[in-house]
Design a protein around this ligand. Structure first.
Ligand code: ISJ
Length: 363
């Protein structure tokens, strides 16, 4: 057989497989539509039917990864299924998702990573606006940054939970790569725009390569790229999406000081997420200002063998020098081990709020 004949044979096989995959995907989509019909049939009068089930989606993706035999990577295969589920869900219910914008931010990237491309994403100018959009019902869910592995917690997001009744319904973890970009690659860089967090994540690189160039903190990386696209002599530190959006020329790639630089985002909404089998819970407690207060809060977790993944302390809104603790731990609030710990805690602390139980990030 000649090269052309061998290739033709393989391409014929691919065409035939594609036809089968397409038919199966549509079969799957019809099943998802039927799920919606069944849910509606059994709904009580006036009940708001929930089509999006984050715990089920996490399970589907985990199953895909567990049974994957390659040659595609587990993550690559899961991303394909992420998109298939996104399209299937859109047939049942097109979701509206508010994210901390503008267009081109890492938060937008996180929203797409979590929900796939078939949702409607709406850019918001502040974290408070994302909360408001979801609280008012204008958006089904919101996406906000919560912590970065280099720069730490996003205090604004944590503090928003003091006054909000919204639940955490999911988390997204995103590797953050920063690039230095300019409009005109021959111009001298006199000013570098970026978000304060990103300037922090690239501090050492900037000290080495641009020690005497002014660094200007702006409201987002995408805004930095936009400004730098308009001002001669200006550069921006931002991600690839922002570079594409504003047609910037990338001078240096991956300039973050730490190669494992990762940001975690939260999905916020009104939904109570059921156990998925591998979950996390976030709570907020503020204890009476007395010796051993934090110890008393943490001891029940230790006794029950619950693994804590994060604790943040923030000034509480009540009285000076009172503190609120934001605690993340492994497990779901409904788990037999966790439920009594949380019940005991509520009796003991001055203030307690369950922020949500949600599936651990899969992708
Ligand atoms: C099909 C369902 O609804 C949605 C679509 C899913 C899918 O395409 O697999 C999974 C969970 C839900 O977000 C369901 O509840 O099972």
């Amino acid at each position: 057989m000649s090269e052309a004949q061998e290739l033709e044979q393989l391409r014929n096989s691919i065409d035939s497989i594609d036809r089968q995959i397409q038919e199966l995907i549509n079969q799957r989509a019809r099943c998802a539509q039927q799920v919606a019909e069944v849910k509606q049939k059994y709904a009580q009068p006036g009940e708001v039917v929930v089509f999006y089930r984050p715990e089920r989606e996490a399970q589907v993706l985990r199953n895909v990864m567990a049974r994957n035999e390659g040659p595609l990577t587990n993550e690559g295969m899961a991303r394909l299924f992420r998109e298939i589920m996104s399209q299937c869900l859109a047939l049942e219910e097109p979701l509206n998702v508010a994210f901390l914008g503008p267009e081109g931010t890492f938060t937008q990237q996180a929203a797409v990573k979590h929900f796939g491309h078939a949702v409607h994403c709406h850019s918001q100018v502040s974290i408070a606006d994302v909360f408001r959009e979801v609280e008012s019902g204008a958006a089904n869910f919101g996406v906000v940054p919560i912590e970065n592995s280099t720069e730490g917690v996003v205090t604004h997001t944590l503090d928003s939970f003091f006054d909000s009744g919204l639940r955490i319904c999911g988390e997204v973890s995103l590797r953050i790569h920063h690039h230095l970009m300019v409009k005109d690659k021959d111009a001298t860089v006199e000013r570098i725009f970026s978000h304060a967090q990103s300037l922090g994540q690239c501090r050492r690189w900037l000290d080495k390569h641009y020690p005497n160039v002014e660094r200007v903190a702006v409201s987002s990386n995408a805004e930095a790229a936009r400004r730098a696209s308009l001002e001669p002599g200006a550069a921006a530190i931002a991600g690839e999406v922002a570079a594409d959006l504003y047609e910037m020329h990338i001078l240096n790639t991956n300039i973050e000081d730490r190669p494992d630089n990762t940001t975690r985002f939260l999905i916020i909404g009104k939904l109570e997420t059921l156990p998925s089998g591998d979950d996390k819970t976030s709570i907020m407690v503020s204890s009476r200002n007395q010796p051993g207060a934090l110890y008393q809060v943490l001891e029940p977790f230790h006794k029950a063998g619950v693994s804590l993944t994060r604790i943040e302390t923030r000034p509480a809104r009540t009285g000076t020098w009172n503190y609120a603790f934001f605690i993340d731990f492994e497990g779901h609030a409904a788990d037999a081990v966790i439920a009594p710990v949380l019940q005991g805690l509520q009796d003991q602390v001055a203030d307690y709020k369950l922020l949500g139980s949600y599936p651990k990030a899969v992708l």
